[in-house]
Design a protein around this ligand. Structure first.
Ligand SMILES: Nc1ncnc2c1ncn2[C@@H]1O[C@H](COP(=O)(O)OP(=O)(O)O)[C@@H](O)[C@H]1O
Ligand SMILES: [Mg+2]
Length: 379
């Protein structure tokens, strides 16, 4: 019999903008293959300003972090549960109709390498799995990153294995570029599934969102209009590009612990520019760091772009300019809603947990071996 397995993937990224859900069906007999994944519905619930501020306040060291993180851990599980219930109503489903939730949770600290802050590398996602299971009545699979860290990896990125199953091609080199708060790329060289690599290129929208919110009303620069009213300052851009992260070879992953207001201030304090010019330069920084990495890996490819950054027309136009030999395509052409791709990957990682399928790629994360990721919590 051809049973359907139904998973809900839940992702909340470093932009801390809100919760993305993907309802994904898999054929039970196709379960070894992520390309049997069928996105049947999506749902988005924005965080209110208070929740966003509470998340952002935990990205960097501050007072009384334990109480704040502990309480937010439960609060986010409540908000996740609310979003899941709305999705069930939208789709006319009950909890019993869902095999499990694959919950990424909300990263509040990512320290994947030894540093002055972390003698032991770690990564921390909150949104209590047990509370979510109890509130929804659905089994929850989560904590996907810790096992990879235990194996000496960075615990990130985890999406390349899923990208490989969906996008790899025998005819063309393929990139999947996800422009969230941080931007990450997956490289799928043609005809070489064992050569997949993936890493964070650096800031996606995080610095642009920060700068915009300091100078304009709102959380982000709609369509990149404010940035496009400014001029890119090439001196500032090249100073920012000299940051060692951009030269560092993969595996590498990063977060708002590094690319934040403090990082930006070391450059902006030395220079007098109109704020819109800085916004234009930050947009160029995101485009340039993505394009540089792609150009080093391939001269001609299909570049699938996804994540909220693709709504920024100015950013996408800069990417097109810098990657003129490549074909930039929206994931819509693969019948995938680009906002749901990350959440879909966590639905697949939940299936992978249930089926004992490896979720990490050691060449991507730096882990010592392939492994099944995550843990399961019953309601
Ligand atoms: N209409 C838009 N114009 C410009 N930028 C946008 C638009 N919509 C979303 N974004 C950007 O996308 C971000 C959210 O993207 P998302 O993929 O959810 O990131 P994350 O995975 O980090 O949460 C927003 O913070 C904003 O920077
Ligand atoms: Mg988001």
């Amino acid at each position: 019999m051809n049973n359907k397995l139904r998973y809900i993937g839940l992702m909340s990224g470093t932009s801390a903008d809100g919760i993305d859900l993907a309802l994904v069906e898999f054929d039970d007999n196709l379960s070894e293959q992520a390309n049997g994944a069928n996105l049947t519905a999506s749902y988005y619930q924005a965080y209110d300003n208070d929740t966003q501020e509470k998340i952002m306040a935990l990205y960097n060291p501050g007072n009384n972090e334990l109480d704040r993180a502990g309480s937010l851990d439960i609060e986010l599980a409540k908000q996740f549960s609310k979003a899941i219930k709305e999705l069930l109503v939208q789709e006319n489903l009950t909890a019993a109709g869902i095999t499990a939730i694959g919950c990424h949770g909300q990263t509040i600290r990512h320290r994947p390498i030894k540093s002055q802050y972390a003698t032991n590398p770690f990564t921390l996602q909150i949104g209590c799995l047990q509370t979510l299971a109890v509130l929804t009545g659905i089994r929850v699979i989560g904590d996907f990153r810790t096992k990879d860290i235990a194996l000496g990896g960075q615990g990130a990125p985890l999406v390349p294995a899923f990208h490989q199953a969906i996008f790899a091609s025998n005819q063309n080199d393929v990139f999947v570029v996800n422009i969230g708060g941080i931007a990450n790329i997956t490289f799928l060289p043609k005809n070489a599934p064992d050569k997949t690599i993936g890493f964070d290129t650096g800031p996606g929208n995080a610095l642009m969102d920060y700068w915009y919110s300091q100078h304009q009303a709102g959380r982000y620069d709609p369509k990149g209009q404010w940035a496009s009213s400014g001029s890119i300052c090439s001196a500032l851009l090249s100073k920012m590009l000299s940051d060692p992260y951009f030269q560092h070879p993969a595996p590498k992953s990063t977060g708002r612990e590094y690319f934040n207001a403090l990082w930006l201030s070391q450059f902006t304090e030395q220079i007098t520019l109109n704020p819109a010019d800085i916004q234009a330069t930050l947009t160029a920084l995101t485009a340039e760091t993505i394009a540089q990495e792609i150009s080093q890996l391939s001269t001609k490819s299909d570049v699938y772009i996804c994540g909220g950054g693709i709504e920024n027309n100015y950013l996408v136009s800069l990417l097109n300019q810098k990657l003129s030999g490549h074909k930039i395509v929206n994931t819509h052409t693969k019948n995938i809603n680009s906002d749901s791709l990350e959440a879909m990957a966590f639905a697949w990682l939940a299936l992978a947990f249930d089926k004992n399928i490896y979720g990490n790629i050691p060449a991507v994360t730096g882990a010592s071996k392939h492994t099944v990721l995550g843990m399961s919590v019953n309601p």
